[in-house]
Design a binder for this molecule. Sequence first.
Ligand code: NAI
Ligand code: MG
Length: 472
Amino acid sequence: MFEYAPAPESRDVVDLKSSYGLFINGEFADGSGPTFKTVNPATEETLAEVATATSDDVDRAVQAARKAFGVWSALPGAERAKYLFRIARLVQERARELAVLESLDNGKPIRESRDVDVPLVAAHFFYYAGWADKLAYAGFGTKPLGVAGQVIPWNFPLLMLAWKIAPALACGNTVVLKPAETTPLTALLFADICRQADLPPGVVNIVTGAGETGAAVVAHPDVNKVAFTGSTEVGRVIARSVAGTSKKLTLELGGKAANIVFDDAAIDQAVEGIVNGIFFNQGHVCCAGSRLLVQESIQEELLAALKRRLGTLRLGDPLDKNTDIGAVNSAEQLAKIRRLSDLGESEGAERWSPACELPGKGFWFPPTLFTGVAQSHSIAREEIFGPVLSVLTFRTPAEAVEKANNTPYGLSAGVWTEKGSRILWMADKLRAGVVWANTFNKFDPTSPFGGYKESGYGREGGLAGLEAYLDV
Ligand code: NAI
Ligand code: MG
């Protein structure tokens, strides 16, 4: 075990205000509902008071977006592209500020917000800026839908915002976006970036608040398109609310992905992929590789290597550049991870964590793995959304496919093997929107992302991501 000197990133780059309002029609405004606190999950300190948008406030935001739609949709694509390129460059310019604020509000390690989230946000805006003047060649027509109502979760606050806003704007739509109630701050910083970019007022509106605010966005009669990322449970509620209207809907929901390691895989590489698959972002990842399917003949060797590696992971201050595992985003999420892990134990699986000291304050859960997991166990079926890996075994490729597909979800999967033919054979049979081969959790704006079955429908990213925002 190495000794590390602390290397904390400075908080000073962030100008944290004591309270934040809504962003409507290019201006910050008070909300009509009671304010709520957003906390730093690593310390439980209150970061700021944030406004709650009522349905009246949401209505004002939708009206602003409707009015702006006339202007925005009439701009030539090349003009819209200029704004999107400008936003992308401003995200790069203000990358440190965004990364630090994301880590403060979410609890994710600065190494991830700095090297993954924020660069991908910029990449997403650059990518869709490139499409804005080329829609005629994409094959979905060039007619935008109108006002998009978008509701996003807390696990990748800024990245999910980018996934929603960049394609919507490129296609000529305007948006009303609601960030999650535990992570509203980077969306409000993004609102400031929109102002800095001189984006016409009303093109992007940000309304903060909890589920009720989200429900008001989704139910608003003048919204033409609804895009949601979050729990399958809320996804169902939204699908019901939108059913019978002319609103177009995309849903990105949960997952319980299999990360499948064959006996011919490069073990050290697979171990890194397993760690990245489930311990990246504290496992708060819809496409996390939360079920490890390992070929029986290499189980012992792989688990020994994996346990050794987990012993080197550093859990603690999200702003420390050495940190691998940050804080769990909320007390509620921590309670859920604890409940499901305890259930795993009581159902008979064997629980293991490396020696790991948890800070006294904040919400923390150690990297955990369960062996002896049966397919019927809750920890093999339910999305835990935390740093918890369930290990199952298989003997033949056919058995691996069967077990991998034995889930109500179908968002992602990973395959580790030396044989290209086996990768293709597996990819063909796995019922998952994304199949990674000899890697995991790799994201790129050019590549479509989305699920099968209870993981939702529609695709985000890439050429396919344009379809969701055009009147095809
Ligand atoms: P959630 O689905 O309740 O929250 C996601 C977003 O939806 C938030 O902005 C929330 O305010 C909003 N929302 C809640 N109720 C709504 C409604 N009736 N209408 C419109 N919007 C509504 O997820 P939550 O409670 O934060 O997490 C619960 C579980 O969901 C997690 O433990 C995890 O398993 C799963 N989850 C999955 C995510 C994914 O990316 N697949 C993201 C977040 C959570
Ligand atoms: Mg927070």
